[in-house]
Design a protein around this ligand. Sequence first.
Ligand SMILES: [Zn+2]
Length: 93
Amino acid sequence: MGIFDDYDLEDFLEDVKKGRARGKHPYYENGDYYCSVCGEPWDAYGVRVALKGGVGDMTREEAERFMKGLGCPCCPSRLHRRVETLGIVKENL
Ligand SMILES: [Zn+2]
């Protein structure tokens, strides 16, 4: 089950693009999403393709974690654990 089953993906991406989701989800600017954990920029197109199950810059699972603000594949593993320790889990989103 994906995290977008009850939330339209395009609406969500538009929220992020307009900054309404800033602080919780990756920050969007000039075609890139900036990881909310480590700040690494990712090409927005590649992330969107991955979210839809295509061959993007990360796997779909990684893209879902990324868009939920749980970090990207570049984050040090300790940051991923830190985020999970804080209780930011998909059940809360
Ligand atoms: Zn990251």
